[in-house]
Every structure is written in C-alpha cells, then in structure tokens.
Design a protein. Structure first.
Length: 169
C-alpha cells in the first residue's frame, strides 16, 4: 500500500464534494480539471505520491449508477496525476443516495434518530425494516463500493463493513 519510504508517515489526498453528475458539472469539471490535476501532480512530485485518497462525501449528485461511472473516471485521472497506487477510502455523503420520498417512514425515523433511543437501537441492531430502505437508497453507491472492496482485498487490506454505508471498522 505505502508509497512512503518512511513507514512512520502516511501521505493522503483529501477530495470532497465533487458532485459528479450535477447539472452543469461536466462543464465546471472540464474548466477546473487541468489546473487541479497539474497541481496534484506537482504536489506528488514535491512530497511523494499519496498512500491514501480520502474521498469524503458527495462523490455523486443523485446517487445513480451513471454518476459513479463519472466518479471512476475522475479517480482514474487523479491516480494518474499523483502516481503510485493510493488506496481509495470513500465515505458517502448526503448526495450519494437516491433520496426516498420525504414522507416515507424511513425519512420520519431518521429525523427522530438522535431524539429516539428505540430508533437508534433499531438502526444499530440492523433491523431489516430500517436497513432495507437505506440499502435501496444507497444502491448505486453500494455497487460502486463493492469494486473498492475488491481493490482493497487485492491489496490485502483488512476491514469490516457495518450495516450503514460508510461505516468501517
């Protein structure tokens, strides 16, 4: 995994809120991409390639599969710019899900998550009535995440997924 010669240091690149697939997003990405990738490449030359790419929140815009194809393309470009073989560590954001109807029971439960002990316990205990709607909402993210997990396994990285997307141990 490590590009760092000194095993006591870890280099990372932090990306967030790319919102791939957002209306007008391709034009914005096209305008910013060259300068951003050139800067990433220069930093990697100055300091070394990152060991990790921390991709925290809002990779996609509406949480649909086509957007994750754009995420993959973007990550490929970033990896080419920084070199090495960084491990991608994604954490989904509020745009990485296909939103359920505002009046759905799962939305109501989530709105009371912090105030209602029983609701929290139901999510923590992975009760199917609560988890299945979340799995559907994060379906495209989850499919994309499966490839990331295979990459991790290929690199012999150990991890444990929990019931909620983005929760790792």
């Amino acid at each position: 995994m490590s590009q760092s010669k000194d095993r006591s240091e870890v280099r990372w690149l932090h990306l967030s809120d790319l919102h791939r697939g957002a209306p007008g997003g391709e034009a914005r990405w096209k305008n910013a991409k060259s300068a951003l990738l050139e800067d990433m490449s220069a930093r990697a030359k100055d300091y070394g390639s990152p060991d990790l790419i921390l991709f925290t929140g809002d990779l996609a815009f509406k949480g649909i599969e086509a957007e994750y194809a754009l995420v993959d393309r973007t990550l490929k470009e970033v990896k080419e710019a920084v070199g090495g073989d960084p491990v991608v560590v994604p954490v989904p954001g509020n745009h990485d899900l296909a939103r359920p109807r505002p009046k759905s029971i799962i939305v109501k439960a989530l709105q009371s998550y912090h105030a209602d002990y029983d609701v929290r316990q139901s999510f923590i205990g992975a009760e199917r009535d609560y988890i299945e709607p979340l799995e559907r909402a994060f379906g495209a993210y989850h499919s994309w995440w499966e490839q990331i997990k295979r990459d991790w396994a290929d690199q012999k990285l150990d991890f444990e997924s929990e019931c909620l997307p983005g929760r790792l141990a």
